[in-house]
Design a protein around this ligand. Structure first.
Ligand code: MCA
Ligand code: AMP
Length: 463
């Protein structure tokens, strides 16, 4: 707030049509929207669901909610009505801010411009460090989704660590084409911009041309993306247009070393790769000054402590960490909280890592059952449950397979009840129940699944 009042004419947010919102306007607009939320009966601590494509209005609504002390529950815009219902039922959100009210199975909705009656808000910006700011659900197609509770201190400490580590200043301008329902777009892109007093151009949907047009038109200095976006930029004849940027960052999934090298050679950019997680916002980053090492995520961010747990003889262990960025626990899930931390209180990431002799961290695998495709998480269990509903499926296991563009794609290994059942039928069934990014790209039929003595599918023995 102080930054906004100190520099009221500083441009902060811009839509892709070039309409800038200044600091003073963001302050006034978010106050007005906070008043509307209050007028609708929302009070500090209440949850508010948000699921919209990226826009300036959405950022204003997000800021308004945080200023009023509401807890923002961001939801993937590709989620089906049943997934949204799971999140609504778990979070008990009082209002849903959505692009299309038909997506929401129950409860009041409003569009991202929050067209509600004006109302004088209570005093804003009174929340404390430990008050909850966001509740982010990490899975939820089937069963109970798991909600990550993040406090204002968690979000602020991560944004501040990035400001310091990436030398983020008010002169910076970010082209932000990431979805605003994950930590990458929100916790890094939006919160980082606001904390640094910098500015961001919001691109509603990623495309190479939209991003590079915005870079040129708005004299941007920063671009953040998931590896799939960097792969697409590398394939473009416009890749050389990256050269003028101060900093390009990749995260959410591993950036292949050959893509890193291609962007260095043809794009004139040594991409800075970093490592984060919903539960911890940002953890580890290659340095701004000093060597940016392809295939490594770099060194712990300021305030974050990283070590390896249960190290094997080849030096690989589960990455565990502590720091002010680490979340306080899963929403109403004491049993999950017990498993999430080591006995001495370090958060277990479920990622496997090793350290280079000079302390650079490499992520070498995962001990959690998760597929990351184009930066989106797919929980195999969710997809298996959907396929198992089909009468033609006797047994099923879902796993990721490597893909140069997506990092991994989803493959379903199916034992069918009847040889007349074909892949098309099962893919059609999956398409009717799952979001685009969750659908298997391929079905492989097997006579049986490889199982161990305990009856558990041994996924690394799948063909
Ligand atoms: C879209 N499709 C996908 C994906 N996205 N399939 C697999 N994986 C995906 N990620 C499907 C579409 O439904 C469509 O299917 C088909 O692929 C082609 O779509 P296309 O138009 O090519 O895709 P797109 O719309 O251009 O999307 C690609 C994308 C997008 C821009 C890379 O996936 C994206 O925005 N990813 C970023 C995710 C992100 O922000 N993750 C951060 C979470 P059909 O043809 O059947 O319709 S991790 C995080 O926050 C932590 C803290 C961290 O470390 O950052
Ligand atoms: P999410 O739970 O959606 O926040 O995704 C977090 C997961 O993304 C981490 O646990 C990692 O498995 C993965 N991840 C994030 N950044 C990277 C990276 N730079 N390299 C490899 N994996 C990453």
């Amino acid at each position: 707030m102080k930054r906004w009042s100190d520099a009221p004419y500083q441009p902060v947010l811009c839509n892709h049509r070039g309409d800038w919102v200044t600091a003073a306007e963001l302050s006034a607009r978010s106050r007005r929207v906070a008043g509307r939320f209050a007028g609708a009966g929302l009070r500090a601590g209440d949850r508010i669901l948000m699921s919209c494509p990226p826009s300036v209005d959405l950022v204003v609504a997000h800021v308004a909610a945080l200023r009023l002390g509401l807890v923002v529950v961001p939801v993937n815009t590709a989620f089906s009505a049943s997934e949204l219902a799971n999140v609504l039922n778990e979070s008990l959100a009082k209002l849903s801010v959505v692009d299309d009210p038909a997506r929401v199975p129950h409860g009041p909705t409003v569009g991202p411009a929050v067209e509600l009656a004006d109302y004088e808000p209570p005093p804003l910006d009174t929340v404390g460090r430990d008050d909850p700011a966001m509740l982010v659900f990490t899975s939820g197609t089937t069963g109970r989704p798991k909600g990550v509770m993040l406090s204002h201190a968690n979000l602020l400490s991560s944004a501040e660590a990035l400001r310091i580590a990436w030398r983020w200043t008010p002169a910076d301008r970010l082209v932000l084409s990431l979805p605003l329902f994950h930590m990458h777009g929100l916790g890094v892109g939006v919160h980082g911009t606001l904390l640094a007093g910098a500015s961001a151009v919001i691109v509603p949907r990623f495309s190479v041309d939209e991003v590079l047009d915005a870079v040129a038109h708005d004299q941007a200095t920063l671009v953040f993306g998931v590896p799939t976006m960097w792969v697409r930029i590398l394939e473009s004849s416009r890749v050389g247009e990256l050269a003028g940027l101060r900093l390009c960052v990749s995260g959410s999934a591993p950036l292949a070393a050959d893509v890193w090298q291609g962007l260095a050679d043809r794009g004139g950019q040594q991409i800075l790769e970093r490592y984060g997680m919903t539960e911890t916002v940002m953890n580890v980053s290659n340095p701004y000054e000093g060597e940016r090492r392809p295939g490594s995520v770099g060194l712990p961010l300021p305030g974050v402590n990283v070590r390896l747990h249960d190290i094997t003889t080849d030096g690989v262990g589960e990455i565990v960490l502590t720091g002010p960025n680490v979340f306080t626990g899963y929403w109403e899930r004491p049993e999950s909280n017990a498993d999430a931390f080591t006995a001495d209180g370090w958060f277990r990431t479920g990622d496997l890592g090793s350290f280079d002799p000079d302390g650079y961290l490499r992520i070498v695998g995962r001990c959690k059952d998760l597929i990351i495709t184009g930066g989106f998480n797919v929980y195999p269990r969710d997809i298996e449950d959907v396929l198992r509903e089909h009468i033609g499926v006797a047994d099923v296991a879902v796993a990721g397979e490597p893909s140069p563009e997506w990092g991994e794609t989803v493959v379903a290994y199916v034992v069918r009840t009847d040889s007349a059942i074909d892949a098309e039928t099962l893919l059609g069934h999956a398409a009717s129940r799952l979001a685009g990014y969750q659908r298997p790209r391929r079905i492989v039929f097997l006579p049986e699944l490889p199982r161990n003595a305990m009856g558990k599918v041994v996924k690394n023995l799948l063909p």
